[in-house]
Design a protein around this ligand. Structure first.
Ligand SMILES: Cc1cc2nc3c(=O)[nH]c(=O)nc-3n(C[C@H](O)[C@H](O)[C@H](O)COP(=O)(O)OP(=O)(O)OC[C@H]3O[C@@H](n4cnc5c(N)ncnc54)[C@H](O)[C@@H]3O)c2cc1C
Length: 393
């Protein structure tokens, strides 16, 4: 039985039920159709409905489109989105990353101009950090911005971001100077994506959401494109990434796929894997909620979040491996014929579960990489433990 590190209030439980009902009943068809497309289509309707209720950013102040609640409510919505199979990169990128960056370091004008439209899902963002030669170690990035008049000129290239065809802007990490370390001299800019000098291409691959490759060729930016203090973005980037790394989404994916899979009659050889996952999924949930709890109380959650991200994203791969090993249980001709799903389990005349399960196979590998690879998460945990041991000694 799952025991959270704290008790959810009746209002929080109510929010969870309301979000669940919206996503699983009123948004179901939009979600099934979005996930059936290749690459996935952005589920506009679902996002608009969440946005209308302030549920995409419940922890933001009401003046910026939120509900003035806490990170706990935000994580409840994120967990329910993952459990309902909502393609969530638009929320992670727009709200958790770009929005949180603006909330922490933006000017009043930047916040008023962008945040309400982001919370309503009317304006989507992409995150432009990774480059062909800088992913785990962003200190080595080559994209650079130079002052020109009262603005900036940006050049470089970014890869592996998701959703540039729907997004209007990106938050872009670029070098604006040198410092004592390679992490000094980095700055964040708000960059419009559909202007002269920006070229967007798709990277072919098997991830269900298409990856983009974006080139900036002397793109002119106004002075107010800079977010926060020039040259001091590194700490901000890490502070904001901790939210994504709490692992709530990753846990939600693993639990959803497991629940979908165990609706089918599985072969006897799957029993020990199923039992192992039945024990490890609630443990994963505890790790994620521990990290959310620390963050919501303003405590240092970097190591807890990294540990949760590592464990939960690796768990998605374990569930995907089980999906693969018992695939005949839901894809075999006889099973499909015998199952004859009821109308309620069909959209456009097709069954809904097996499509989602086969997607798990192509989605899971990326989850151990997105937001920081498993090796880098373990390195963060190990560094924190080392520091702790040194303090005690
Ligand atoms: C689904 C998905 C969505 C993504 N979305 C975005 C996005 O929106 N925006 C964005 O900017 N990027 C995005 N990324 C990119 C992602 O952040 C990078 O892929 C990730 O940070 C790893 O960088 P890399 O691919 O350059 O690999 P590398 O950093 O080159 O790493 C290659 C391998 O070496 C290992 N490694 C590297 N350094 C060390 C070390 N010091 N110690 C031990 N092992 C090490 C890594 O763990 C990895 O296994 C996304 C990736 C995925 C899969």
């Amino acid at each position: 039985m799952f025991t959270p590190p704290f008790t959810f209030t009746p209002e929080q439980e109510r929010l969870r039920q309301d979000v669940r009902e919206l996503l699983r009943v009123r948004c179901r068809e939009d979600l099934v159709r979005a996930r059936r497309a290749r690459p996935w289509r952005h589920p506009d309707l679902t996002y608009r409905r969440l946005g209308e209720r302030g549920w995409l950013a419940p922890d933001w102040p009401a003046e910026y489109g939120g509900l003035g609640l806490s990170l706990v409510e935000s994580a409840i919505v994120a967990e329910e989105m993952a459990l309902a199979g909502v393609p969530d990169s638009a929320r992670v990128n727009t709200v958790d990353n770009a929005g949180s960056t603006l909330l922490v370091a933006g000017t009043d004008e930047q916040k008023a101009r962008f945040l309400p439209a982001m919370a309503a899902a009317e304006r989507l963002f992409v995150v432009l950090y990774s480059e062909p030669d800088a992913g785990s170690d962003l200190g080595g990035l080559a994209t650079h911005a130079e002052r020109e008049g009262d603005g900036w000129r940006l050049s470089g290239e970014k890869i592996w971001n998701v959703g540039a065809n729907k997004a209007e802007y990106g938050i872009c990490l670029a070098r604006t100077g040198e410092g004592k370390s390679k992490y000094a001299g980095l700055s964040i800019f708000l960059v419009p994506l559909h202007v002269d000098g920006v070229r967007i291409g798709e990277i072919p691959g098997f991830n269900p959401e298409a990856f983009d490759h974006i080139v900036f060729d002397d793109v002119r930016l106004p002075a107010d494109a800079l977010v926060g203090t020039e040259g001091e973005a590194w700490q901000l980037v890490n502070e904001v990434l901790a939210v994504e790394r709490t692992g709530v989404y990753f846990y939600g994916h693993a639990q959803r796929w497991f629940d979908l899979l165990t609706r089918f009659e599985l072969p006897a050889r799957a029993v020990s894997d199923v039992r192992g996952l039945q024990a490890d999924l609630p443990a994963a949930r505890l790790l994620t909620w521990h990290a959310v709890d620390l963050l919501s109380r303003g405590e240092d959650a970097a190591a807890a979040a990294a540990g949760a991200k590592w464990w939960t994203s690796e768990l998605t791969s374990r569930v995907a491996a089980l999906v693969w090993s018992v695939r005949e249980a839901f894809t075999g001709r006889e099973q499909v014929a015998a199952r004859r799903p009821a109308a309620a389990d069909r959209v456009d005349g097709l069954p809904t579960d097996d499509v989602e399960l086969t997607t798990a196979l192509s989605e899971a590998p990326g989850l151990t990489v997105a937001g920081g690879t498993s090796e880098m998460m373990l390195a963060t945990v190990s560094a924190a433990l080392f520091d702790e041991a040194r303090e005690v000694a």
